[in-house]
Design a protein around this ligand. Structure first.
Ligand code: SF4
Ligand code: NI
Ligand code: CU1
Length: 715
């Protein structure tokens, strides 16, 4: 059998299973039943992307989707057929997986076998990956189709990828091997066990394809556009282990069609294709070969520490039972601070531990701990201190077995027993900060020293004498930063690696829509990398300052969107609103009955009163396209005086999920009081409990006398 024949056989095999699965589902639920996968606005996302059609019901899948797939299963024995049959194999897998969800009433069909199986990923999970992907914290995506020859090889590969930040998706027997080898798994730590059967591999393909729809604004049905997007922008690859079934070979052809190289030790009827099909049997070569084949560039920071450091560990949770020690600023004084000193006062790479080291405490101790980073540099400015300081959270969290939450004097740091037993001590926190900050802020920081202080009296003294006054000074500075009293805004084009025409305009009162880039961050990024993603926009004279319209802003977005945009009105969601890439923290959209808008955060999985979920609303905008009436934004923007200022301001907000309301309440209420004299504005805003649908919302707003009801129509 030739390689081509194996692909065709695999494609036939997968199709046959799909047909059976659909018939079975129809026999049980009827043709009218819903076929869509849960928590996505794209129904069967891969089929939608390639065909442009949403196959909503089982009948539509049977009569539409299966025919669409069949048309790809051409047999003219040309190379082209290998790819189309590869795609057909993948699409059949999507049908099979969707039917598993249908048969299980829309719930994850795998959890009955093992609760760790992740199955299908939601749109929100994909959006959440936007920022780490653009910052190269996730430099690539590995898809492992198992089982590997031994559980040790499986564990080495998984951990090897994880320690390089590469996100791992697994399907089949390799998951059992990882379980036997006690490998930690889960979406949060970026090692995702999809499911035990091969078709579950489609759930990671679906991530790549939805990235094209969400971030790339590729229109559904644009077959070539989708393939070009995944090839150019999604740094994924496949590792598959012999013996391969024909279906796996078929999936491999699909992967190669999407631009994802396959690395395998298969020997039967297979031959290498440069950059696409790489044959290996030395498993220690898999990782370097995969990285090279996909052209992945790794960010490497050498650190003198006994544990791993990678973004995948940011999602780790350390429970009390595994807690060697903890510093908790809400109970005992603890804090972290970055401050600038004169060059003569800083000795580069000096790390001091003042007080007891970690091995002088009992297991489970609560300690006090201050982290003081002192920097000197000719380009250093006070404004950069909070930007650099906030990074401590990320740097500590990237350590395997270390958990960090909060900032300033409200931090909590946990060191696990495994990190401690590996030899992790206080000075290693200093090593991490020195290495990470010196490499990330190289053009700002010339010299850097760290003090880790555990002596309680000393911590308290320094907190009161240095830390608190510094925080206060910074807060005053932040409060004084408004759009009016700075001379420049900044662009952020970081997301262009996924959303080629998207430009964020970052102002003091409007942070980037991902929530991760404030005006101060953008300013520091510009200083670090003057040719980089954050370019200054010197304001100049406004066209209309009330609505947020500047000639300079228009020229800049026109230039950096490569001509895709003519103008942006910063304070409006109706008139030339800012575009969205896709990774926004929140989406706001018009609520027609009340003349207001509702805002939904990414974490909210429920329904809004207009009958759309976060995913549905989010799918209305993205990819750097302007869509009046819908706009992605950061959480902090909600309480800004500039939020929808041109369209009536925060008084337009009529609905938010309860949890989001609680998060923003303090600041939003303060803004409402200052601008409109309204007390406890959030009490007037409906949520999923008080106002689950449009009728209850209208009644709720009327009862509360919500100001939006008396405002001019939005449209
Ligand atoms: Fe992406 Fe905008 Fe955030 Fe920059 S500010 S990373 S462009 S979402
Ligand atoms: Ni133009
Ligand atoms: Cu983004």
């Amino acid at each position: 059998m030739t390689l081509m024949d194996r692909v065709f056989q695999g494609s036939d095999d997968m199709y046959e299973i799909a047909v059976k699965a659909v018939d079975e589902a129809i026999a049980k639920f009827g043709e009218e039943a819903n076929a869509a996968l849960p928590n996505t606005a794209y129904c069967l996302p891969c089929l939608y992307a390639f065909s442009g059609e949403k196959f909503q019901t089982l009948g539509q899948v049977k009569n539409g989707a299966l025919t669409f797939i069949k048309d790809f299963m051409t047999r003219n024995l040309r190379v082209h057929d290998v790819f189309t049959n590869g795609i057909a194999t993948a699409l059949s897998a999507e049908v099979i997986e969707a039917m598993k969800y249908v048969m299980n009433n829309g719930e994850n069909p795998y959890t009955e076998k093992w609760e760790g199986y992740h199955g299908h990923l939601s749109d929100a999970e994909i959006r959440e990956l936007g920022v780490p992907l653009v910052t190269d914290d996730i430099p690539g995506v590995a898809v492992l189709i198992g089982p590997a020859p031994t559980k040790e090889i499986a564990a080495d590969l998984i951990k090897g990828y994880q320690s390089k930040g590469i996100m791992v998706f697994m399907t089949g027997g390799i998951i059992d091997q990882a379980r036997e080898a006690n490998v930690n798994m889960g979406y949060k730590i970026r090692v995702v066990p999809l499911g035990d059967e091969l078709p579950s591999v489609i759930h990671v393909v679906s991530v790549a394809i939805r990235a094209a729809l969400i971030f790339g604004a590729i229109p559904p049905g644009d077959f070539d556009g989708i393939l070009k997007y995944t090839k150019d922008r999604v740094k994924a690859f496949v590792n598959a282990f012999a013996p391969l079934s024909h279906m796996t070979v078929g999936c491999g052809a699909g992967a190669i069609a999407l631009g994802f190289p396959v690395i395998t030790d298969e020997k039967e009827n297979i031959w290498a294709i440069p950059k696409s099909l790489v044959l290996y049997d030395g498993y220690e070569n898999y990782i370097p070969a995969s990285i090279e084949a996909r052209g992945i560039k790794l960010k490497i920071t050498e650190m003198d520490i006994p544990i791993s450091y990678a973004s995948a560990f940011e999602g780790e949770i350390i429970r009390r039972a595994n807690m060697q020690l903890e510093a908790d600023g809400s109970r005992e004084d603890s804090f972290e601070l970055v401050r600038t000193l004169d060059a003569s006062q800083v000795e580069d790479h000096k790390i001091e531990v003042i007080g007891k080291d970690f091995d002088e405490y009992d297991f489970g101790s609560r300690i006090t701990m201050a982290t003081i980073v002192e920097v000197a540099g000719r380009a250093m400015q006070d404004d950069f201190e909070p930007v650099i300081e906030r990074k401590i959270h990320e740097y500590f969290n990237k350590l395997e077995g270390i958990m960090h939450t909060g900032q300033r004097e409200m931090i909590r740091i946990r060191v696990s027993d495994s990190a401690f037993n590996a030899g992790f001590r206080a000075k290693h926190f200093g090593e991490v900060l020195w290495a990470a900050m010196k490499s990330e802020f190289d053009t700002i920081i010339d010299k850097l020293q760290v003090k880790i202080i555990t002596d309680p009296a000393k911590v308290t003294e320094l907190k009161n004498s240095i830390a608190m006054p510094t925080y206060e000074k910074r807060d005053d500075r932040l409060a004084s930063l408004t759009d009016e009293n700075v001379d420049r805004f900044f662009t952020c084009t970081m997301c262009q690696s996924f959303s080629p025409s998207h430009v964020c305009v970052v102002t003091p009162e409007r942070l980037g829509l991902c929530g991760a880039v404030s005006w101060l961050d953008a300013q520091a990024t510009n200083k670090l990398n003057p040719e980089g993603p954050c370019q200054p926009i010197i304001k100049g004279t406004p066209i209309d300052e009330h609505v947020g319209s500047w000639e300079s802003v228009n020229e800049t977005v026109h230039k950096y969107s490569q001509g895709a945009l003519e103008k942006v009105t910063l304070y409006s969601i109706m008139e030339d609103p800012m575009t969205s890439c896709g990774c926004f923290e929140c989406i706001c959209g018009i609520e027609p009955m009340s003349n207001g808008v509702l805002i939904v955060n990414r974490e909210f999985t429920g329904m809004t009163p207009i009958g759309m979920t976060f995913g549905d609303l989010a799918s209305m905008t993205g990819g750097g396209v302007q869509t009046p009436g819908f706009m992605g934004h950061g959480k902090n923007f909600i309480s800004s005086k500039k939020f929808m200022k041109a369209d009536g301001g925060i008084e337009r907000i009529v609905w938010m999920p309860k949890a989001l309301k609680e998060t923003v309440a303090e600041k939003l209420n303060a803004t409402a009081k200052e601008l409109y004299g309204i007390e406890n504005f959030t009490d007037m805003i409906g949520d999923e409990e008080t106002a689950p649908d449009e009728e209850t919302l209208y009644a709720f707003l009327s009862e509360k006398g919500h100001p939006a009801l008396g405002m001019e129509p939005l449209m």
